[in-house]
Design a protein around this ligand. Structure first.
Ligand SMILES: [Zn+2]
Ligand SMILES: [Zn+2]
Ligand SMILES: [Zn+2]
Length: 291
């Protein structure tokens, strides 16, 4: 009798790295966006993390690129299962659940792909804060996901996803529609933090050094590299810690940090990135970590 195929175990896979507007960014004709638009440089999907043990699959944030990221998640599962001796996995995967950080467009509008007009998914769970749940349940078109019986909302934190535990950690971030959280996810083999958006490290009631030190890999807001990067948009309108400051605060912890949520203006897109010399790395789409 054949041995049953080994489970590949839980892992996370980076499915996108860009800020909400993606790269190329709408309305921008900077050299980087132009190159992405006409194929001289790769396009970049909006920041998203996939989480799977080969049987269950979750997305952390529902981005405008969800349709493609669902396929990338399936491909990641297929390759993990193949390396564990099971070549049977399909190369596309509807998520069992989506963990949302907040209601800015890069982080939740991808839910639309799961609705009636596109995938018509059923039986999935949306995880987020109670305010996030209220926002979705009381606003069209999102409430149709619940009215049509497609999704249920789960505001528990920490919540056991079936062998890994996800914890929503409140973060200060412009609260136009909902509050905002980072997700800390712990599994039997490791732990990660997903923190795509925060107004500033000083405004947080936690010390970012302690939080980063509490996980194996911390995916952190790296929207803007330094002051003076924005030009046409006032930086007070879009507060984020600058990466130069983040690296200074996290000196010595660079090996556990992956920078995400890069704006199209960010010089970290260039290779080699200006952070590399200081021991910090930009997350790479397709990069996988066991947890
Ligand atoms: Zn964002
Ligand atoms: Zn641009
Ligand atoms: Zn945001």
């Amino acid at each position: 009798m054949a041995e049953p195929a080994a489970s590949p175990g839980w892992s996370v896979t980076v499915l996108g790295v860009a800020q909400d507007g993606g790269l190329p960014h709408p309305g921008c004709e900077c050299p980087r966006c132009s190159a992405a638009r006409d194929g001289r440089r790769r396009r970049e999907k909006v920041a998203c993390l996939g989480l799977t043990d080969g049987r269950r699959a979750f997305l952390v944030d529902a981005t405008p690129d969800l349709a493609e990221q669902m396929h990338a998640l399936g491909a990641a599962i297929a390759s993990a299962k193949a390396s564990a001796g099971d070549p049977s996995a399909p190369r596309v995967r509807t998520p069992d659940g989506v963990l949302l950080t907040h209601a800015h467009m890069g982080h939740y509008v991808g839910l639309a792909w799961l609705g009636k007009e596109a995938l018509g998914a059923r039986g999935f769970t949306i995880h987020g804060t109670p305010r996030m749940g209220d926002f979705l349940a009381t606003n069209a078109p999102w409430r149709a996901l619940f009215d049509e019986g497609r999704a249920t909302f789960d505001a528990r934190s920490p919540v056991d996803l079936g062998g890994v535990v996800a914890e929503a950690i409140p973060v200060p971030h412009r609260q136009e529609f909902t509050d905002a959280v980072a997700w800390r996810i712990r599994g039997p083999r490791g732990s990660v933090l997903w923190l795509p958006d925060i107004d500033s490290w000083d405004a947080w009631d936690l010390d970012v050094r302690d939080v980063v030190a509490s996980v194996d890999v911390a995916f952190l807001d790296a929207t803007f590299y330094a002051d003076g990067e924005l030009g046409h948009r006032d930086r007070r309108e879009i507060p984020h810690p600058r990466v130069v400051e983040t690296m200074r605060r996290l000196a010595g912890l660079g090996d556990r940090v992956r920078l995400i949520h890069l704006n199209h203006t960010n010089p970290l897109w260039d290779d080699p990135s200006p952070a590399a010399a200081l021991g910090f790395r930009v997350a790479r789409e397709g990069e996988t970590f066991p947890i």
